[in-house]
Design a protein around this ligand. Structure first.
Ligand code: HEC
Length: 143
């Protein structure tokens, strides 16, 4: 009989521990979600955020612009079909005669044949935010 007491109190403690654990199990993931940084942002999330030059370079690498252009900072971008994009920011004109403004560059990237029907640069199917990020990189780069 007297042996029942310690077991009872043990069970009580066990219940308390189980309850506390259950509470922690529920609470911990919510706290962790607030505190821990999420997975690293995807390229499209980085494009949607304020563009940094690295975003444009990643896009140009992913889109294969380097098959036709030499592009500083983009691995494997040694193409010679089109002009080198090095020092683009310092050129007064792009694509033979368009004043080199951010707007014209973005329009060009979105649809080159619409501005110069005979151009060898194809419409690469860029989304506007991708064209903006690339233009930002090319105009940021002064080498
Ligand atoms: C199939 C080859 C090809 C691909 C792929 C290509 N381009 Fe071009 N690009 C050209 C050619 C050719 C020109 C020259 C056009 C002209 O003057 O009519 C050009 C011109 C340009 C210009 C104007 C440069 C200047 O100084 O006149 C920019 C900027 C440019 N391309 C960026 C890009 C970007 C960014 C990509 C990838 C999204 C890309 N190109 C993909 C062939 C290509």
């Amino acid at each position: 009989m007297s042996a029942a007491r310690p077991r009872d109190s043990h069970t009580g403690f066990g219940r308390w521990v189980a309850g506390a654990c259950f509470g922690l199990a529920l609470g911990a993931p919510m706290q962790a979600a607030e505190r821990l940084p999420g997975p690293p942002p995807t390229l499209s999330e980085r494009v949607a955020a304020a563009p940094d030059p690295e975003v444009g370079r990643s896009l140009m690498a992913a889109l294969g612009c380097g098959a036709c252009h030499r592009i500083p900072g983009v691995v494997g971008a040694h193409g010679r079909v089109g002009p080198s994009l090095a020092g683009l920011a310092g050129r007064p004109y792009i694509a033979g005669g368009l004043p080199n403004t951010a707007d014209n560059l973005i329009r060009w990237l979105l649809n080159p044949p619409a501005l110069a029907p005979a151009t060898a640069m194809p419409d690469m199917g860029l989304r506007p935010e991708q064209a903006r990020a690339i233009a930002h990189t090319l105009l940021d780069d002064n080498d």
